[in-house]
Each structure stands twice: as structure tokens, then as C-alpha cells.
Design a protein around this ligand. Sequence first.
Ligand SMILES: Cc1ncc(C[n+]2csc(CCOP(=O)(O)OP(=O)(O)O)c2C)c(N)n1
Length: 828
Amino acid sequence: MSKTANSPRVIQSTVQPDDTQVFEAFRRWGYLAANLDPLGFLQPLDYPELRLAGEAADRARRIYCGTIGAEFMHIPDPARRLWIIERLEAPAPEPNRARILERLIRADLFEQVMQARYLGSKRFSLEGTTALIPLLDEILIAAAERGAVESVMAMSHRGRLNVMTHIACKTPRDIFAGFEDVDPRSVLGGGDVKYHVGATGSYKAGEREIAIHLVSNPSHLEAVDPVAIGRARAKQDRFGGNSRGSQPAHDLVLPVVMHGDGAFAGQGILAETLNMAGIHGYTVGGAIQIIVNNLIGFTTIPAELHSTRFASDVAKRLPIPIFHVNAEDPGAVVRVGRLALEYRYAFASDVVVDLIGYRRHGHSEVDDPTITQPLLYRKIKDHPPLWQIYAQRIAMDAAAIAAQIREEYETAQRDAGKLKKIPALRQLPGYWSAYKRGRYDRSYEVDTGVAAEALGEISRVLSSTPKDFHVHPKVKKLLDQRAEMGAGKRPVDFGYAELLAFGTLIREGTPVRLSGQDSRRGTFNQRHSALFDTEDEHEYVALEHVAPGQARFESYNSTLSEASVLGFEYGYSRDFPEALVLWEAQFGDFANGAQVITDQFISAGEDKWDLPSGVVLLLPHGYEGQGPEHSSARIERFLQLAAEDNIQICQPSSAAQYFHLLRRQALRPWRKPLVVFTPKSMLRNPAASSPLADFSRDRFLPVVPDAEVATGARVLVCSGKIGHELRAERSRLKNNSTAILSLEQFYPFPEAELAAELARHSGEIVWVQEEPGNMGALFYVVPKLRRLAGAGRSVLSIKRSPSASPATGSVKAHELEQKTLLTLAFST
Ligand SMILES: Cc1ncc(C[n+]2csc(CCOP(=O)(O)OP(=O)(O)O)c2C)c(N)n1
């Protein structure tokens, strides 16, 4: 093929465009020819559609190809495009230059003092993108003018300490104390590095104050995004819910999420989070997304980080504006900040600000960047700090103020060295004061039983529909059965036990929020938290009509995502301890798509950051011949995460047990994440249903004793659905000497309860599980059983053979395996 055949063809029109067409071209493509990179590596494109001459073209070029590159013509709504056009084409407002300069000096000198004093410590300097500080200042001032009272902020390592000081308003002394590491004994085995911990503070934004919550985050880039959005949503709901009242709640709480350019382009959890932005159950009325873009990720250049010209392109999945801005034009940066904020308030939309600068040092300051980018860093070495460039540009002598600020930071550094303890940088909000964290204590227990009369009243609401509502015939049958369950005329099944738990809780004042894929109906057709009219599909949610003055009930079908949805619900639980917040996996094994959230936040958050959560994970689990991916919720992985009473791990084997477990989670003052292995076939197994009377007994039993064999000569210990199968096999064999105990709470381990039950029986103890020998609770339970058994009493185990995949894909092979398990369990 010839070379010319490959070059882009430019169609030259012979017709001269009029002024409107000229402007349209620049509005659409101008950002590609804008001057965005202070060091000039991201060269403006010589874009064919912009090769236009004349007065209109010159004017349009000044607006659209300067230091602001506005990408917005992909937004389908003309009103939104016009809104942006009107503002960009109006004269730029005069910035408060002295204020900007002072912030730039502070941001730069803060880093410089740390570099001088703590050489060899990691801090991830902001130098090269210090315009972030005046950008956030302007955003917060404009937000306060619109009534914002809180801002939930999230960011990774880059410039975090700078933001903590200058935006969350922690004193430099308190930040420097982290480098002094004055009290290592207080955090043995726990705590986190200083550039991950959160901060709370108050920012003076013009005449008003905005409370700042900088969210604690792990090293895993972007994992904090959905957590921050969930936290913002919870805070908005605390103010009365989205779009309720005269001042919509989303006006009051502003989410600001900051990203690196590499992370923004690369991490799927951000794409998942952006996808939730406009969805009713998850919206926060728009977040400001800022890319702190230094055109490098560790040692990797943009061409290796994204397939597109800009890191921001993943945000184009949403119809939202992207404002690229040259970080070395602070006036333009501040202008973009206000524009972005006003757009968010005008349209309840996300906005992206792509702040393009450079990185003065290596990835961290202990890293030598000249090894991989020698030319770039030669150029950066000779490049003056932004405050000096800006002071010169606006003809201000900044030497005196710089000296005074430097002295301020040096004094703070000396004071930090004298501290005996590292000061706490954040405080839990007041709504946490009624709740306990840390170790479990028996005094936290409460009765969770509900009188039959109250259950009957709630059931009457849950099992009926408004007069003119057309119920699906299958649902009608279920509602009739539920009416009988609530009246004590038939055992209550798992699905209804859950709705009764929700119904009783909201009646008593505990809000309930449930989200997951297809959770409203329930993957297994078991829940029906919302009913759909067969004639017009309008919906009816009986749980919204349980009693006057009841608490809120919400159930949402989530997007097809695990990480971001679980992250969101974890975040929500962090700011709504009064509520029962549940995330449901479609099948338990899909929870591994959210592993980062489980590992980094749910199980370790309290240990690292002293931040509690009561989030509940519902993970369908059980071996039913559905193949490798629909069988196991990977009990073993959660057990491995358990220590220091950080989480609760339970598998209730009956409807009443599930009811008490959910109510216990909400009613105990102890806030701890709860992982529940939930049923599939047990949903329809009559043996797993419970008489209504069991809902009135006092509480959840961590160990369910054997109701038939009081003193067995042998004892099987198991958990979940296999217990029902073992009991059925026992009665088939007419065996009355083998006791079966069901372990319903794995962690915290109910040692006393289990020991008492084991003591009632004699002979060998056998742990029976459905999972292969390298999975399930075996590795966790058997050593504990051995300890409880003591010398002379043997402990054996029955399980599937160790296997690389959790389960067979063949139904027949599954049945054969299951039969063998049961046979072995009763062979001595
Ligand atoms: C999920 C994840 N993968 C890898 C890393 C390791 N890592 C830390 S910083 C970094 C580069 C980030 O680049 P960028 O997002 O551009 O931010 P910058 O450090 O340049 O500000 C990498 C790869 C990480 N922290 N998280």
C-alpha cells in the first residue's frame, strides 16, 4: 500500500464557513489544539478542521485553544452545551491573584520543607501540580455560596499531605508528626502509613465553613471512589434524602474525587463508579472528578498508560463535560474550578477537571526519575516552581511572604519533634457516639425476638396489595402462603423470614437499605421486596407501608458490578450506623470481584484507621450441582481474614436463625461487618423453614443443638445446608446414636457454646463439609475442634477431595459426590 493511501484524508470544502460554523468547529475540536502542557510534551494538534483564518477564527482560537481545553460537544443535551458555551465565550472573570499566589506559595513550600527535613521519607509531593490547592479553594468557595456544608473528598497518595494541611486544615505540625513516628507502640500490627489515613476538618470558604471529610484509603488506586460516593450519599440521606425538601440534599454535600492520570485511565472500578452517577439508588447529584495529571505514572509514560490522547477519555461514557486546564495558568485553573462547580449544581452532573502539570521529583522522593526519563527530568530540574512563575507574571514581590510561610513551616516541624503522641487527624461524626467498635462483649447482646401478634400485623401488610393492584398469579400464590406463614398456620420460609426481619426493624425505627444485582425480586424468586403490576408495571413496595412513622426501606437493583457497589454500600454504612445496610452478591463466588473492598476496607478498615462499619454481605452459598461458579462463596477466604473480632461470619441454617441474625446486626450497639452465607436450595427446603414461635424466642444461636439426639455416641459438626441432608440421611438409616450440631457462626468463634454441646455427646467428632478439602471451613474449624476435644477424643473430617476448582460442572457427578459424603458421614 502506498504511503498516501494511509494518511488521513482531509476534505477541503470550497465554501467559506460563516462565523457560527467557525465557532462550532472550535467548540467541538478546540481542546485538541489547546496549550495544556506546561512543559510542552503534549503538543497542541494541528487539527485540520481548525485551519481557519479570519477575525472569528482568531477570537474562537483564543477562547478554545488557550490554556483551557473544554470537551463538551459530545453532550447530547443542547441546553447543557449552551450553558458551557455562554460561560466560556464570556470575558473571563478577574481572579483573586493575591489569594491564588499565597496558596501556591504555601503548597510549594510545605513540600520543600518536608523534602529538606525528611529526606528519604516517602511523601508523594504535589510539586508540578500545586495549582490543585487554589483549584480546591475556588471549588469550595463556590460550593459554600450554593449552600454546601460538607464535602466528602477522596484522593490517592499524590499531594495528600498537602491537601490535608491546606484543605482539611490539619496543622502542619500534626502532619509533620507522622514523619517523626513518635509513638510506634500505639500501632503495633495496625495503623497505616501517613499518606493513606483520612482527615476531618473545617475549611473557611469565603464567609462560610465547609466540613471536610477526606476519606481514608488503601494503596489500591481508585478503590476509594465508590466508598467516597457511598459516604456522600449517606450524608445526603441524613439531610433528608435526595431531592427532598426545599434545598435538595445533594446541594448540601459535595463529593470531590481526585485521581492520578494513570489510575484514572486504567482502573475499572472508576468506570464502574462513574456508571452509577445517574442511577436513582446511587446518585449524589454529581461529583467533581479531578485528575491531578502529571503525565506520568510511576515510571510509565502516557503512551503506555492509555490508548487515547487524554487520560480522561473513560469519563466519556457519561454525557459530562471534561475541562482540561494547563496547571501553570492558575487563573485559568481557578476559572475552571468555578465553572465545574456551577455546572454540577446546575445539572446535578459529574464534571471532570483534568489539571495538567508535571511531577517535580520521582514517583516518591526516594525514587530517581532520571533513570527512565532523563530528558524530561533535565527539563524539570531547571523549571522554576509555579509560585515564582506566577508572582513574576502578576508582577508581585512574593519574597517576604514566602520567607514568612517558610518560617511558619519550619517552626511547625520543630514543634512536631517535641510531641509525645501522633495527633489524631480525624474524628468520627457524632452519630457514631451511640455505637461500639473494637472487641466483642457479651453485654452487647439484645433480645431479637418479636411477639407473634406484632409479626401477624406486619405480615398482614406484607402479604397484601392495594385493591386495584394487579398481582402476578405466581406472586399471588406466594402472598397467600405468606399470609398463612404470618398467621402461624404454616412454617415461615427463608424469603419471608428476611422480609419479616426488615419489616420489624423499620417498624421499630431502623432504616434498611439493600442493594445487589436483581435484589428487588431476588435472584431465586424468593424476595419480592417490590411487586410489579401485571397491567402497567407500576410497582408496590409493601415495606414502605408497614406502620405510620416507620423508618425508610430501600431496595435497589444494582448495576452489574461487585467492587463499586460493595464499595458504595460499605461507604454508606460508614455514615449511617443507624441503618441496616446490605449488599447482596448474585452468587457468593462473585464476591471475589470485590475482593479489594473486602480485603482493604471491610476486614482491615478498623485495624488500619479505627473506622467501624456494620455493612452486611449476603453471599448465596451451597453445593447444588450448579457448577464451579455457582456453588461456593469461598468461606475459607473470609475465615482467613478474621482476627481481632474484625468481622462476623455466619451461616444460618433456618429461617428463624436468619431473622434473628439480621435483627441482631441492627439492634446490637456493636457495629461490625457481617458476612452471611445465604441459602439457595434451602430457600425451598421445608426442613429449613421455621415455626412462627421461633421468631419470638430470644436470639440467634451460634450453635444449634441436636433436637432429636440428646446424647449421641458420635457427633457430626457441620454448617449450612449439609446439616439438613445429614439429618435426612440419619432418619433414612434409622440411626439414633449420631448427633448433628450446626455451627451457625464461624467467627467470632462460639467456643463456649460449642464446647457445651460437644460435652453432651461422646465418641468421635467429625467435621462434615460439602466443600473440597482445600476449601471451606475445614482448616479453620478442625484445629479448634481438636483443642475442644482434648486428648483421647478423635476428630475426623469428611469433605470432597481437594480440587483446583470449587465444584464439578456435572449434575450427576455432583449427586454422586454428595451421596458419598453422606455415606461416609455415617460410616464409622
Ligand atoms: C491498583 C493499584 N495498582 C498498582 C499500584 C502501584 N502504584 C502506585 S502509584 C502508581 C502510579 C500511579 O500513577 P498515577 O495514577 O498517574 O498517579 P501519580 O503517582 O503519577 O500521581 C502505581 C502503579 C497501586 N497503588 N494500585
